[in-house]
Write a protein that binds this ligand. Structure first.
Ligand code: G6P
Length: 592
């Protein structure tokens, strides 16, 4: 997984244009970065550990050819040697790569046998050397690269550059790659916003396709099918970029800005999607089996669907983690609808699961924030979350928007969309009131008391168990505190052994049919020394700390998720971790 940003131009472009493009792709990984360019006929390779955010080249540096990469390590440690670009042994072929070459070890062994030396532990380096090897028997860079693609297996995209001939090739085979055009300057990137400062004219490369650029022949970008090398026509699309310009405004971090945007994003999600939601509800009603799938935070939204559709529509739905979907594929057939939940629309585990569903004859749908994404294009029905671009790695506003869409879909399944809509608008107003400065201040005080703890627990029951799961994930990923979520009644069947004097336990206890059970569990924990941080509409005597949350009925799913986002954000701050970029993570996970 990683971000690729490259260009080939018939005129010199400031190298920092490339760096600025790469900065927009950091959400795809920020372990290390690197760039290759040719300045005054001299090749120049840069590799650095860490984030590209603060990096720039001296202003006078310009180039016609630029390949850059921001890395999320898969094969090989976070070192300069393992950072991209990777060069062939003769330094003629330059590669930046996203994805995984599954058979790299056997290919590497055969190259080593032929005398090739490897500088890195990456799977990527085999691509550059395989192309070099192909070019010993033929002169055609395009054909040589195509031949290499027949040898490598896995899901990937890469850009290859031939230093001698100045040809540039982008290959997509499972990971996203988009071409942007401005005059004779061609940009190839993992995602379109990386070149939005320059152009909004794009062509999407699909899986099994190649983009070929040869400035020497004054050619624009030519597209081919992989394997057959049949030339293909690609539509140029003008993307809407107005609302893509993103700023932190007065917030210290994107995460806090995105949390606060939940004052209005829930309303936007349902207001703009009434028809699409009706369509999805009709599909759900027609099908015998309904599966929701997702990863990470999106998985917990998926898990909550079980309760949402049960409580509101009396409908049975199933959930499966995308990466486990293959193991239940025998249940999928034409009477099934599989609904992918995703912020990015690029999570490979979810894409693969949707592809399996399609191959089994199921109808596919997705609820996705990024409307330019792969999922949006491959599903039979796609609902845009409309939360606006999310920058912070940990998902916040798109999460609650997806919940709102699911709640409205459940109401639509029983022909009560209007009632559901009004209820959600009421929820939005209550959440807007809740998100006042005093509310955040109160949570900051609680975070200050608990940020030094090594372990925490979160308990909930029914749909609030999924709130607990999401809250525990947020605390783990942002503050690295080992946090586990439990169904309130389940803790006593073993894990209560972990409770000792002072262990913080967050109890999700809205005023619903499960409240008494949650409070009983809280008492059992307190009797054993646990400290209870209660989230509820009313203070209970069992709470040591209390966070007041308004009663949003089914919308409690959203209302109770938000204070946990704020709490984990401030736990990270007190621990001096960057909440926007937690260690080891990436926002968009395009590898398995
Ligand atoms: C990554 C992110 C998580 C996110 C998950 C699923 O692991 O770090 O925050 O929830 O991917 O992403 P998606 O874009 O499919 O919602």
């Amino acid at each position: 997984m990683c971000g690729i940003f490259c260009f080939s131009s018939n005129e010199e472009i400031n190298s920092n244009t490339g760096v600025n493009g790469l900065k927009k792709l950091e959400y795809r990984g920020y372990d290390s970065f690197g760039a290759f360019q040719i300045n005054n006929n001299k090749e120049n390779l840069t590799k650095e550990i860490g984030e590209v955010e603060k990096f720039s080249f001296p202003e006078e540096i310009k180039t016609k050819y630029f390949l850059s990469h921001t890395r999320w390590a898969t094969h090989g440690k976070v070192t300069k040697e393992n950072s991209h670009p990777h060069l062939s042994n003769d330094s003629n072929i330059i590669i930046v790569h996203n994805g995984i070459i599954e058979n790299f070890q056997e290919l590497k062994d055969s190259l080593v046998y032929k005398g090739y030396k490897f500088k890195s532990q990456t799977d990527t380096e085999v691509i550059s050397n395989l192309i070099q090897e192909e070019l010993t028997t033929q002169n055609n860079f395009l054909q040589a690269t195509n031949k290499v693609c027949k040898k490598i297996t896995g899901r990937y995209s890469f850009v290859a550059f031939n230093v001698k001939t100045k040809e540039m090739i982008g290959v997509r085979n499972g990971s996203p790659l988009i071409v942007g055009k401005k005059g004779n300057s061609i940009f190839i990137s993992s995602d379109a916003p990386a070149f939005f400062d320059i152009t909004n004219t794009v062509s999407y490369i699909d899986d099994g396709q190649i983009a070929y650029i040869n400035q020497k022949l004054n050619q624009n970008c030519i597209f081919y099918k992989l394997n057959s090398l049949e030339e293909i026509y690609k539509k140029e699309i003008k993307l809407e970029i107005e609302n893509q310009k993103i700023h932190k405004k007065n917030f210290k971090h994107y995460m806090l800005k995105e949390i606060m945007e939940q004052k209005h994003t829930i309303k936007r999600a349902i207001e703009t999607n009434k028809e699409a939601i009706t369509k999805l509800a009709n599909l759900i009603n027609k099908k015998k089996k309904v599966y929701f799938i997702g990863c990470g935070t999106s998985a917990f939204v998926g898990q909550s669907s079980k309760y949402i559709f049960h409580d509101i529509a009396n409908l049975k739905t199933d959930f499966e983690i995308s990466s486990e979907f293959k193991s239940i594929q025998n249940f999928i057939d034409k009477d099934t609808i599989v609904i992918g939940l995703s912020q990015s629309g690029e999570t490979i585990d979810t894409i693969e699961a949707l592809e399996i569903a399609k191959s089994k004859g199921a109808t596919t749908a997705c609820i996705v924030n990024n409307e330019n994404s792969t999922m949006f294009r491959i599903c039979d029905t796609a609902i845009p979350v409309k939360a606006g671009t999310e920058i912070a790695v940990a998902s916040t506003k798109s999460t609650t928007s997806k919940m709102a869409i699911l709640i409205l879909t459940a109401y639509s399944c029983i022909n009560k969309q209007k009632i559901g809509f009004n209820e959600l608008i009421r929820n939005q107003a209550l959440i807007n009131d809740m998100l006042n400065p005093g509310f955040e201040e109160h949570i900051i005080k609680i975070a200050k008391k608990f940020f030094h703890h090594k372990h925490m627990f979160v308990i909930g029951k029914g749909y609030n168990f999924t709130v607990a799961l999401e809250g525990a994930l947020k605390i783990k990923e942002l503050s690295y505190i080992n946090t586990q979520a439990f169904q309130a009644g389940e803790l006593k069947h073993g894990s209560i052994a972990l409770i000792e004097k002072g262990t913080p336990v967050i109890a999700i206890a809205p005023n619903d049919c499960n409240q008494n059970d949650v409070l009983t569990s809280a008492h059992e924990i307190k009797s054993r020394g646990g400290v209870i941080i209660g989230l509820s509409e009313n203070k209970s005597e069992v709470f040591d700390e209390f966070i007041k949350v308004p009663n949003c009925k089914e919308g409690n799913l959203m209302a109770y998720t938000i204070p946990l986002q704020i709490f984990s954000y401030h736990l990270a701050n007190f621990n001096k971790f960057n909440p926007d970029k937690p260690r080891n993570l990436a926002k968009s996970v395009t590898v398995k």
